[in-house]
Design a protein around this ligand. Structure first.
Ligand SMILES: Nc1ncnc2c1ncn2[C@@H]1O[C@H](COP(=O)(O)OP(=O)(O)OP(=O)(O)O)[C@@H](O)[C@H]1O
Length: 118
């Protein structure tokens, strides 16, 4: 399945997004958060740099959550039984989501501070 054309690869990727949305509640929750951030941006109309920074922060969380879900799906399929190393792999992947979420919260606070000051 290597060397597929762009159109087919894009369809695989869109199918991955559809699967993640259907299977993972955490993805749906983060997407709701992303929609809330978009609403705040549309209402407050900040400088373009805030659109970029908040967009990057929200995107980072979604990308980390997607990678976490892909890893969980893979390891649950390859190794359904309990093992401390499986737990460690899942916890590390969850740590990536936590770091990304912490960054997003920090960016959100910086935005709120800047908005209230101006
Ligand atoms: N096969 C396993 N072996 C050992 N520990 C596991 C295993 N599966 C899960 N764990 C532990 O349980 C935690 C939660 O696992 P789970 O698969 O439910 O992840 P989750 O992030 O809660 O999943 P979801 O995103 O589906 O809600 C893991 O982070 C890990 O510490």
């Amino acid at each position: 399945m290597k060397g597929q054309g762009f159109g087919r690869r894009a369809r695989f990727a869109l199918n991955g997004l559809k699967l993640a949305l259907a299977r993972e509640r955490s993805i749906r929750t983060h997407l709701l958060g992303a929609a809330a951030v978009l609403l705040v941006l549309l209402v407050t109309r900040p400088a373009p740099v805030w659109w970029a920074v908040l967009g990057l922060a929200v995107g980072l969380v979604l990308v980390a959550e997607l990678a976490n879900s892909a890893l969980e799906t893979l390891i649950d399929h390859l190794h359904p039984a309990q093992h401390p190393e499986i737990g460690a792999a899942k916890d590390i992947a969850a740590g990536a989501v936590l770091v990304a979420s912490g960054i997003a919260v920090a960016v959100g606070l910086a935005f709120a501070f800047d908005f209230l000051r101006s």
